[in-house]
Design a protein around this ligand. Structure first.
Ligand code: CDP
Length: 784
């Protein structure tokens, strides 16, 4: 039955973000805004060398500077068994270097002082005597027999090799390649880049020596998991640790790992008995914390003469830096890279991955993607582009020919995923129609006759987001479920507490919309709380687009639990049988007698004032949701570029993005997510790069060298959607936060390749800068 005034702010409404009110007024509360009485400040001395023995560290001069309270070295931490810490991938990482430094920017010593500037001023007064060792920068050379051993402190570690990992069926794949008419090969490097959130990482550690209570204000994307890790690593009792993740100015995976600065600030607060604040500056952030990507990949695609894909073989080498600190599910050494078969019905696939230590910062975070899916998506889409070039097929046609068909879902991939739902041809067709594909191809042919370079890039992606289920996915043993606790107060207003933690994604709005949808309480009346471990149920946090698939599902389920109880109270109030009570948009009414009704607000009041005999008072509940499967958002992105032969400059003329993330909770928020993701994809395709010279010096340690796109160079995006609900998600939603960064780099690069492939140029590694394009054109005698 329809009610007269539709409820505002339910699923599908583009209501404005509640949280923006405080952000726009400059009233957000970030870690650096926190100031506690007696608070001290910490700064970190970092290694100038990529690889060097530490002969001695002299701290006297720094210690003598007025205002300096303590200088912490690895030796001091070692006395408390804190010089090394475990990483999220089961390796160890130096908190402060004791024996040698293994990357430029590694943490060597910390100064704690009364003022932040005094702490900084004291850093150059620390004298470190280094014995410089040869740096290992290239991961292939790192695996050579005679390469300098980076992790010589690890028992049994005799090389720089970290892991070998495989997925898929080797024999079936070999067979597919034997039968193939054609094999297309691509050597591809997805370079190192950095999430670089506007707010860098930081902590205010406050350990009360009288009570033993540790309150840690942290820029944490996973506060509950961090609490448990702190308890295990530092030996602190977990009930005494409270992690508060206040407003976060962007995370993008950068705020998932535990960094040495967090550990030292906490240890310092414990030893000194005062709160200690540490906030990174921009270079600290870029050179030492959670980089992303750095995969060297070789892909081979087996096809028959008709362009049907028969098999995929991938070998990759991951450059993990000096410590294997990828933030990813434990069982998957190369993350979820085995989604590399993409959107295609690939009968056989085999993936081999190896990891290597190099003298670079550790990281490998899920930067705006589910673990390593961006690298996978890039490789398959670049391979398919080159297959189209080699086979003289249209890039859209070859995809349409090989897509998993809508009727094949749920689809079991050759590497072990079960895709929940999809309609890839529909998304592709919509993108082709919106951009006017046929006309653009005609225009391209005309331009080519005149010697002009124009390219149309195609990329279709399939993301995999929303880990668990817990039985397959865990991080350091913690099962990947998530939680929601909902309390409805007597006046009908509610508080929703979540185990996930927004870093700008708008959870305070969108999760309230789920409650509005399920229970009929207006979104404006639902206060969403996240990030305080004392005040929210346990969860694994927000990264890899898991909030909606897992936390959003938990929210729907807990709301339904409360709705069931509300129905019982409604039956009691309306003197009807519970079986006869129906619910629509916040109203409970007797079937066939719609005028006999009670609102959710009436029922909330009754839950505390007038309940049936034997019922517990109150209207609240908690759900720990373990998803039965991941969700698989998808889409097609098309890009048009024009290239100047004189300069190699690539101009993005148009970009059409069709995304399908199932049911959209708040379409405006989703569009915002896609805009952000496309901008990040654009940045990586054309500008962003963290690279190193032969001595291991990081070239990209500031925003002059590490180029982020601004509104000035970012193209206009034209967004469209299809809606294919996830069958297992309670509201049919899939995640979206990561998709655009995953799907778009290949579309941008494919557009460039499409413009120049007829000249014999079929590969240019990212970032595709004008000098690289010009050099490639020049080599073929096509530059002006
Ligand atoms: O985990 P994270 O919040 O980064 O990613 P997400 O779950 O993909 O959600 C990003 C934002 O988009 C959240 O505010 C979601 O509620 C919203 N969203 C939506 O409105 N509809 C969807 N189908 C998916 C996400």
């Amino acid at each position: 039955m329809a009610v007269e005034t539709p409820l505002k702010g339910v699923i599908g409404d583009s209501i404005r973000r509640k949280e923006d009110d405080r952000f726009i007024r400059g009233r957000g509360n970030y870690v650096d805004d926190i100031s506690l009485p007696g608070m001290l400040h910490m700064a970190i001395l970092r290694s100038p060398y990529a690889h060097a023995k530490i002969k001695s560290i002299k701290t006297d001069a720094a210690q003598a500077l007025p205002g300096v309270v303590a200088v912490v070295t690895g030796e001091l931490l070692a006395q408390h068994k804190l010089a090394w810490m475990p990483t999220l991938s089961g390796d160890t990482q130096a908190v402060l270097a004791t024996d040698k430094v293994r990357f430029q920017g590694q943490e060597v010593a910390c100064v704690i002082a009364t003022e932040p500037y005094i702490a900084r001023d004291a850093l150059p007064l620390i004298e470190v005597d280094y014995d410089v060792l040869p740096a290992v920068v290239d991961p292939w050379k790192a695996l050579d027999a005679g390469a300098p051993l980076i992790r010589d402190e690890k028992e049994g570690q005799t090389s720089n090799h970290i892991y070998h990992w495989e997925a898929g069926d080797k024999a079936a794949t070999e067979e597919a390649f034997r039968k193939a008419d054609r094999v297309v090969t691509l050597e591809s490097f997805y370079p190192r880049c950095h999430p670089s959130p506007l707010e860098t990482c930081g902590i205010v550690a406050d350990i009360n020596s009288a009570t033993g209570n540790a309150t840690l204000y942290m820029t944490s994307q996973a506060p509950h998991a961090h609490r448990t890790l702190f308890a295990i690593v530092a030996g602190l009792p977990e009930e005494k640790i409270r992690i508060i993740s206040p407003d976060i100015g962007g995370g993008f995976g950068n705020k998932v790992p535990i960094y040495p600065g967090y550990v030292v600030a906490t240890a310092a607060s414990l030893l000194i008995g005062k709160p200690v604040k540490w906030v990174e500056d921009r270079s600290d952030n870029l050179i030492s914390t959670g980089f992303a990507r750095d995969f060297h990949m070789r892909g081979e695609l087996a096809l028959n003469d008709a362009g049907k894909m028969l098999g995929l073989r991938v070998k990759l080498l991951s450059d993990n830096g000096a410590f294997f600190a990828d933030a990813q599910p434990t069982k998957f050494r190369a993350g979820l890279f085995h989604i590399v078969t993409g959107s295609y019905d690939m009968p056989a696939a085999f993936v081999e991955a190896d990891g290597a230590y190099t003298n670079k910062a550790p990281g490998g975070v899920a930067y705006r993607c589910s673990f390593r899916v961006t690298e996978a998506s890039y490789l398959i889409e670049r391979l398919v582009e080159n297959a189209a070039v080699e086979m003289k097929m249209d890039p859209a046609d070859i995809r349409l020919k090989n897509f998993i068909k809508p009727e094949q879902f749920p689809y079991k991939s050759a590497t072990g995923f079960e895709y929940d739902s999809g309609d890839y041809p529909r998304a592709m067709q919509l993108a082709l129609d919106k951009i006017g594909y046929k006309e653009l191809r005609k225009e391209q042919a005309e331009k080519r006759k005149k010697g002009e370079l124009m390219g149309i890039g195609v990329a279709s992606f399939t993301e995999v987001v929303g880990a668990g289920p817990g039985k397959h996915y865990d991080i350091v043993g913690l099962r990947m479920f998530d939680s929601a606790e909902l309390r409805v107060h007597p006046t009908g207003k509610a508080i929703l507490k979540l185990g996930v933690k927004s870093q700008g994604q708008g959870h305070e709005t969108t999760f309230a919309q789920i409650v509005a949808n399920e229970l009929g309480i207006p979104a404006a009346d639902v206060e969403v709380q996240e990030g305080d471990t004392d005040n929210t149920p346990y969860g694994l946090g927000t990264y890899a687009s898991r909030s909606t698939p897992v936390g959003g599902a938990a929210t729907a389920v807990v709301s339904r639990k409360l709705r069931d109880k509300a129905k019982k109270i409604a039956a009691h109030l309306l003197e009807a049988s519970e079986a006869d009570i129906e619910f629509d948009q916040g109203k409970f009414f007797v079937r066939g007698a719609p005028s006999k009704s009670k609102t959710i607000q009436d029922i909330a009041f009754a839950a505390y004032t007038n309940i049936p005999d034997g019922m517990e008072a109150g209207l609240e509940g908690v759900t720990y949701y373990d998803p039965p499967n991941m969700t698989f958002p998808f889409g097609t992105y098309l890009v048009v570029v024009d290239i100047d032969r004189g300069t190699g400059q690539v101009k993005v003329r148009r970009m059409v993005a069709v995304d399908d993330c199932g049911v959209r909770i708040n379409p405006m928020v989703v569009e915002g997510q896609i805009h952000g993701g496309l901008t990040e994809g654009f940045g990586i395709a054309f500008m962003e790069l963290i690279t190193f010279d032969e001595e291991g010096n990081c070239l990209g340690s500031n925003f002059t060298d590490y180029l982020l796109p601004t509104a000035w160079e970012t193209p206009k995006f034209e967004l469209f959607e299809t809606v294919t609900p996830s069958p297992h998600h309670p509201i049919g939603a899939k995640g979206v936060g990561e998709s655009a960064t995953v799907g778009s780099p290949a579309a941008f690069v494919n557009a460039v390749i499409d413009a120049v492939a007829h000249l014999g140029i079929t590969n240019i590694d990212m970032p595709v800068t004008s000098d690289k394009v010009w050099a490639a054109l020049n080599e073929k005698g096509a530059a002006e």
